[in-house]
Design a protein around this ligand. Structure first.
Ligand code: FE
Length: 130
């Protein structure tokens, strides 16, 4: 359950339009366009909506898919998942557990040991460099 509850008007006011579209309207940034697609600086990736810690740079890898990819979340409580049947596909949507913001999707084609690829919009993230 989301711990941060804000009205749509509040999110609209706080987020720039691109971030609002991804986080609150489940938008997707164009592939290979995102700020963090090819960023590999050490640090912590936080939710661009609420600041919650979502991913560590340690789990980031170059999947070649066009979006930042991580093999694991920062913790077991950081994310929430939901089945997404939009666009004629069955995918697993990933959301920030703290604010419910849409982040991206998780796919079962990642590297060992998790075998997972968290495919996340750069616009949903804010890197806090070490
Ligand atoms: Fe959040």
């Amino acid at each position: 359950m989301s711990k941060i509850l804000k009205t749509d008007a509040e999110w609209r006011r706080e987020l720039d339009p691109e971030r609002y579209r991804v986080l609150r309207e489940k938008g997707t940034e164009p592939p290979f366009s995102g700020e963090y697609d090819h960023t590999f600086e050490p640090g912590t990736y936080r939710c661009a909506g609420c600041g919650a810690e979502l991913f560590s740079s340690d789990a980031k890898y170059d999947s070649g898919c066009g979006w930042p990819a991580f093999s694991a979340p920062a913790s077991g409580e950081a994310l929430e998942e939901e089945v997404d049947r939009s666009y004629g596909m069955v995918r697993t949507e990933v959301m920030c557990a703290a604010c419910g913001g849409h982040l991206g999707h998780v796919f079962p084609d990642g590297p060992a040991p998790t075998g997972l690829r968290y495919c996340i919009n750069s616009l949903a993230l804010e890197l806090e460099e070490e």
